[in-house]
Ligand binder design. Structure first.
Ligand code: PRX
Length: 652
C-alpha cells in the first residue's frame, strides 16, 4: 500500500441516542437488544451453525457437505452444495401466493412505468437465458452489462445467473475507455446494452460508447441492444442484435442450472490504490445467504412492503440490495431510472407518495443534496407510508442524519446506517432496526456472525475511542473470493496489511458502548458522492494527456459530495497553463473514466512535493487543497520551496 495516514484521530462526539420505537420493535423480525445479543453470542461461538441455520431458508438442489473451508486467505462456503440464485429469486416464489405479486415496480425518468410480477419476471429471465444460450454463452463465460436502470438489467443478471454465466455490470456513467479495460480484463464474450438511457432529461448514449469500445475488445462476439430511448443508433451487422427481436425467437422454458456453491456469480470492478481497477469476484451460495439474511433483518422486510433502494445497479449496492437480496426474499422492489431532481427536486418524494414506499435506502450524498434543495420539496408530499430509512456508501454527518430522521422520517422511522463494501458483498456493520438504539453518525455494531475490530498497524486492538484500522477477523459468507486474474493483489491488499486479517481500508473507532464510527478511507481512494475512485486512476488519466508531465490527485472535503477531486498538474515544458487547458484536462478525464471522475479543480504547479525517494506527498497536497497551508510534518520533504510555490499558485 502506498501512503497511509497513520495517526487516525477522531474528535467527533455525539451524545444523542435513539432507541427503536416500541411500535416498530413489536412487529420487527428482531424485536429487542436481548434477542440480538443472544444471536450475536450464538453466532460468535458457533459461526458455522449460525450461517448454516440461515442457509436453510433457501432452496438447494443438493445440501452442502461442509459449511466452511478456510485456507487463509481463501474461503469456500457451503462446500459441495448445489444451488442457483436465479431459482431462489424467482422459481422458489412461484409455488407460493407470491407468483402474482409485484416483483419489480419500475419508473422511467420520463414518467413511463412497468410492473413485473414474479411470474412475469421469471418468464422474461427464462427467455433471455435462452437468448444467451443461443448466442453461444455457456456456464463459466463472462457477460458484460452496460445498461441504464431498466428492468432488462435485472433480467440480464438473473438470466446469466440462471445458466451459470458470470456477469460483469459496468456502470452506465463509465466512458468507453473504462469499458474497454473492464471487458478485456474479464474477456467478456457478449455485451448487453441499450441504445441509451435518460438522465436529467438528456439521453445517455450507451450504444455509441459500446461501438467505440468494441473496436478494441477482441473477446466480444455479440452485442444485444435494448430499445429504450428509440434514438437512431448504429447496428453492426452480424454482431449487434435487438433484444426484442431475439426474445421473439425463444421459448420461456429454461431450467436453472444446478451450480456449485462456489460458482462465480459476478465480477464487479472497483477502485483501489493503483491505476488499474480491481475485478472483485463473488460466488454464489455464500453471497446469497448473506444478502438474503441481511435484507430480511436489516430492512425488516415484510411481504406487504414496497422497498426502494435508490442505488444504480452498476454499483454493489444495486447488486445486493436492488436485485439479489430483495428478490430472494420475495419483496416488491421499486426501481427508478433517473435523477432525483428531474423534473423537480421532489422526484424522490413524489415516487414515495405515489407508490406508497415503506422502506427507503439511499446515500448520504443524496441526503445532503436534498438538504441543500430545501425541505419545501419533501414537505409537499405525503411520506406517511415510510416506516424505515437506510443509508450506505459513506459516513453520514450527524446533521444530515437528523434531517433525514426529522424531515423524511417524521421522527418515527428508525435509520439504519449500514457499513459495507464491494468486497464484503453484503452489509457488515449495521443497526437492526427493531433492536438497536442508534446514534447519529454511527453504523453501530457488527451484524451477527461478523467479527469486526479496530486495530493498530501491527495487529493490536485499540482501546475505546482510539482511532485505528477497521478489520474483519474471520471469514464471512459473502466475502470476495479473489481479484479476477490477480490473486497476488488479493492477498497483498486485503490479507497482508495485518497478517491473516481482512483489512478494509477504512479508519474507525469504537466507542465505550461498542459502537463503530467509520471515519472514511485511509488509503489513496476517494469517496465522491458515495462512489469509490482511486487517485491513481485519475492521475493516470491525466498523465495520458500529451500536455501533462505529472499529476497528483487528492480529496478535499466537500459539503455535498463528501469529497471533491482536486488535481495538481505539472505540464510538459511545451505547454503553458491556461483556464482553457484546465477545461480540456477535465474533459479528458471524463473521456478516460467518466463524468464521476472529473476533477472539481485543477491546479497547475511546476513541481510537486516529494520525498527524497521520489514519492509524491499527497498528505501535503491534501492540506494545501483543504486549508491552503501545511501544518503537518514536512521533515521528509525533499525540496521545501515547492510548498511556497503551491501556496502562491493557490493565491493567484
Ligand atoms: O469507506 C467506506 C465507505 O464506502 C467504502 C466502500 O465503497 P464501495 O465498495 O463502493 O461500496 C459502497 C456501498 C457498499 C467503504 O470502504 N462506506 C460504505 N458504507 C459506509 C461507508 N462509510 C461510512 N459509513 C457507511 N455506512
Amino acid at each position: 500500500m502506498s501512503t497511509v495516514t497513520t495517526n487516525i484521530e477522531s474528535l467527533a462526539h455525539e451524545e444523542r441516542v435513539f432507541p427503536p420505537p416500541a411500535s416498530f420493535s413489536q412487529k420487527a423480525h428482531l424485536k429487542s437488544m436481548a434477542e440480538l445479543e443472544r444471536l450475536r453470542r450464538e453466532a460468535y461461538e458457533h459461526p458455522e451453525e449460525f450461517w448454516a441455520g440461515m442457509a436453510q431458508e433457501l432452496y438447494w438442489f443438493r445440501k452442502w457437505d461442509k459449511v466452511l473451508q478456510w485456507e487463509p486467505p481463501h474461503a469456500q462456503w457451503f462446500v459441495g452444495g448445489k444451488i442457483n440464485i436465479s431459482y431462489n429469486c424467482l422459481d422458489r416464489h412461484l409455488s407460493t401466493w407470491r407468483g402474482n405479486k409485484a416483483a419489480l415496480i419500475w419508473e422511467g425518468e420520463p414518467g413511463d412505468m412497468r410492473t413485473l410480477t414474479y411470474q412475469q419476471l421469471h418468464r422474461e429471465v427464462c427467455r433471455f437465458a435462452n437468448v444467451l444460450k443461443r448466442a453461444g454463452v455457456q456456464t463459466g463465460d463472462r457477460v458484460a452489462l452496460y445498461m441504464p436502470l431498466i428492468p432488462e438489467l435485472a433480467i440480464s443478471m438473473l438470466a446469466c445467473a440462471r445458466i451459470g454465466a458470470t456477469h460483469s455490470v459496468i456502470f452506465g456513467g463509465f466512458s468507453s475507455t473504462a469499458l474497454i479495460d473492464r471487458i478485456n480484463d474479464a474477456s467478456c464474450k457478449l455485451v448487453v446494452t441499450a441504445d441509451g438511457g435518460w438522465r436529467r432529461g438528456s439521453e445517455v448514449k450507451l450504444k455509441a460508447a459500446v461501438d467505440e469500445a468494441l473496436k478494441q475488445t477482441p473477446s466480444v462476439e455479440t452485442c444485444i441492444v435494448v430499445r429504450r430511448t428509440a434514438v437512431p443508433i448504429h447496428m453492426e451487422a452480424g454482431r449487434d442484435h435487438w433484444w426484442h427481436e431475439l426474445m421473439e425467437t425463444v421459448d420461456a422454458n429454461c431450467p436453472a442450472e444446478e451450480l456449485d456453491s462456489e460458482h462465480p456469480l459476478f465480477i464487479l470492478y472497483t477502485s483501489g490504490t493503483t491505476g488499474k481497477p480491481k475485478g472483485i469476484l463473488h460466488t454464489t451460495a455464500g453471497y446469497l445467504v448473506q444478502t438474503h439474511l441481511t435484507t430480511k433483518w436489516v430492512f425488516d422486510l415484510k411481504d406487504e412492503d414496497v422497498y426502494w433502494c435508490t442505488a444504480d445497479i452498476g454499483w454493489v449496492t444495486g447488486h445486493s440490495y436492488v436485485v439479489y437480496g430483495p428478490l430472494s426474499n420475495g419483496a416488491t422492489v421499486l426501481m427508478y431510472e433517473g435523477a432525483p431532481n428531474h423534473p423537480e427536486p421532489d422526484r424522490f418524494w413524489s415516487i414515495v407518495e405515489r407508490h406508497r414506499v415503506n422502506i427507503l435506502y439511499t446515500a448520504p450524498t443524496a441526503i445532503r443534496a436534498f438538504i441543500k434543495w430545501g425541505e419545501q420539496w419533501p414537505l409537499k408530499h405525503d411520506l406517511s407510508s415510510l416506516r424505515l430509512l437506510g443509508t450506505v456508501g459513506e459516513p453520514i454527518n450527524p446533521e444530515a442524519w437528523m434531517w433525514y430522521r426529522e424531515i423524511i422520517g417524521k421522527g418515527v422511522c428508525p435509520i439504519v446506517d449500514t457499513w459495507w463494501q464491494t468486497e464484503t458483498g453484503a452489509i457488515m456493520i449495521t443497526p437492526l432496526p427493531g433492536a438497536t438504539a442508534t446514534k447519529p453518525g454511527s453504523a453501530t455494531k457488527p451484524f451477527p456472525g461478523i467479527e469486526a475490530d479496530v486495530m493498530t498497524r501491527d495487529g493490536k486492538s485499540v482501546g475505546a475511542n482510539e482511532g485505528g484500522y477497521l478489520v474483519i477477523k474471520r471469514p464471512w459468507p459473502s466475502m470476495l473470493r479473489t481479484i479476477w486474474g490477480d490473486d497476488d493483489r488479493y492477498r497483498e491488499q486485503y490479507w497482508s496489511q495485518i497478517d491473516g486479517i481482512y483489512f478494509a481500508g477504512d479508519g474507525a473507532r469504537v466507542d465505550e458502548d461498542g459502537y463503530f464510527w467509520i471515519m472514511g478511507r485511509i488509503d489513496d481512494v476517494i469517496n465522491v458522492s458515495g462512489h469509490r475512485l482511486g487517485t491513481a486512476e485519475v492521475e493516470s488519466a491525466l498523465v495520458s494527456h500529451a500536455a501533462v508531465a505529472e499529476a497528483a490527485v487528492v480529496a478535499r472535503p466537500d459539503e455535498l459530495k463528501g469529497s471533491a477531486i482536486i488535481a495538481f498538474v505539472t505540464l510538459e515544458g511545451t505547454h503553458t497553463p491556461s483556464d482553457q487547458l484546465k477545461e480540456i484536462l477535465r474533459a479528458h478525464v471524463t473521456k478516460e473514466i467518466g463524468a464521476l471522475a472529473r476533477p472539481e479543480e485543477i491546479r497547475f504547479s511546476d513541481m510537486l512535493p516529494k520525498t527524497r525517494s521520489g514519492k509524491i506527498m499527497r498528505r501535503l497536497l491534501r492540506e494545501i487543497a483543504t486549508s491552503g497551508s501545511v501544518a503537518g510534518d514536512v521533515t521528509t520533504l525533499e525540496d521545501f520551496s515547492v510548498l511556497e510555490k503551491l501556496r502562491a499558485e493557490e493565491e493567484c
